[in-house]
Design a protein around this ligand. Structure first.
Ligand code: C2E
Ligand code: MG
Ligand code: MG
Ligand code: MG
Length: 289
């Protein structure tokens, strides 16, 4: 019989790669067609407790099930969508619906888990979009403290007064806010000062060097202290090896995410995966190359 762990790993037969590596750059019309045909699907990747490996919550990640090109990662379509922010907004609403439906279904099966969704700082500044999200969230039957919005920043933008107001609107409803890829790109210390976040996701680039290299260790140690002091939940991204998990745990990190624990998988198959892996055990690392 096939091991469910191997199944979940082989469920995603590609690495994230720039669109050019697929030899394919979609155009706006094709993305629009894909959205209309519901080809964009929610994948989920657990956040897990470093101590026990138990699933803590899940992040929703976009995938495009392209009829000719196969399964495409965000790198193949998000940059283009970001130019036509209406497309990105449609994607977000679509994934929110899919994710909340999955969350509700899991809850009815006795597994109540937090779900998080990605949006850009520019989207956060869009009052109309945030209004749409709030409308959808208003129909959700679970407490909104089980919903987190991860703010990603792939382009320079300002945390405007609109961002601040929208964060306040969302947090008043109980929605949690997370600062994604903290420590890389435009996700900076300054952002932490400008907006109130409930969660801090430390960028995977830091994780990948943490053990060998002294500056990275200091950065992790200080980020743990910073998160504690600002009462934010720290999640460390990109944990790929058992050594990283153990070391981060020793550094006081409680939550992580990464291929060591689980690859992103189709939201549709997540309930089944959970039944097979109530806890994702550490021996999983033996499946890592
Ligand atoms: P992100 O939100 O920081 O998501 C984490 C990315 O790291 C995901 O890539 C995930 O598959 C990958 N990852 C997780 N664990 C590991 C690991 O251990 N090693 C390695 N090498 N990679 C790992 P993915 O799914 O390709 O997404 C890339 C980015 O695209 C996301 O980064 C996010 O910024 C953006 N994105 C994904 N879905 C959406 C979406 O629905 N809307 C928006 N606006 N952006 C999205
Ligand atoms: Mg994210
Ligand atoms: Mg991230
Ligand atoms: Mg990212």
């Amino acid at each position: 019989t096939t091991c469910p762990i191997q199944q979940s790993i082989s469920a995603e037969p590609y690495q994230s790669a720039p669109a050019t590596l697929f030899g394919y750059t979609p155009n706006v019309h094709e993305i629009l067609r894909g959205l209309r045909c519901h080809e964009f699907v929610a994948y989920v990747q657990p956040k897990f407790e470093l101590e026990s490996n138990a699933v803590h919550s899940v992040e929703v990640l976009a995938r495009w099930e392209h009829p000719q090109r196969g399964l495409l990662a965000p790198a193949a379509f998000i940059p283009l969508m970001a130019f036509e922010t209406l497309l990105l907004d449609e994607l977000l609403c679509d994934l929110l619906d899919q994710g909340l439906a999955c969350q509700t279904e899991l809850h009815s099966q006795g597994r109540t888990l937090g779900f998080s969704f990605n949006l850009s700082m520019l989207q956060l500044a869009n009052d109309a979009l945030i209004g749409r999200l709030i409308g959808r969230l208003g129909e959700h039957t679970l407490p909104l403290s089980l919903v987190t919005l991860e703010v990603t920043e792939d382009a320079p933008s300002v945390a405007s007064a609109a961002c601040f107001q929208n964060v306040s609107r969302l947090r008043r409803l109980g929605v949690r806010m997370s600062l994604d890829d903290y420590g890389t790109g435009y996700s900076s210390l300054l952002r932490l000062c400008q907006l109130p976040f409930d969660e801090l996701k430390l960028a995977s680039q830091v994780t990948w060097h943490s053990i060998e290299n002294r500056p990275y260790r200091s950065v992790i140690g200080n980020t743990v202290a910073l998160a504690q002091e600002l009462r934010m939940q720290l999640v460390v991204e990109g944990i790929e090896t058992e050594g990283q998990r153990v070391w981060l745990k020793q550094m006081g990190v409680q939550l992580g995410q990464g291929y060591l624990h689980s690859r992103p998988m189709a939201a549709d198959s997540f309930a089944e995966w959970l039944r097979a892996n109530p806890y994702a055990i550490a021996t999983r690392s033996s499946f890592n190359s």
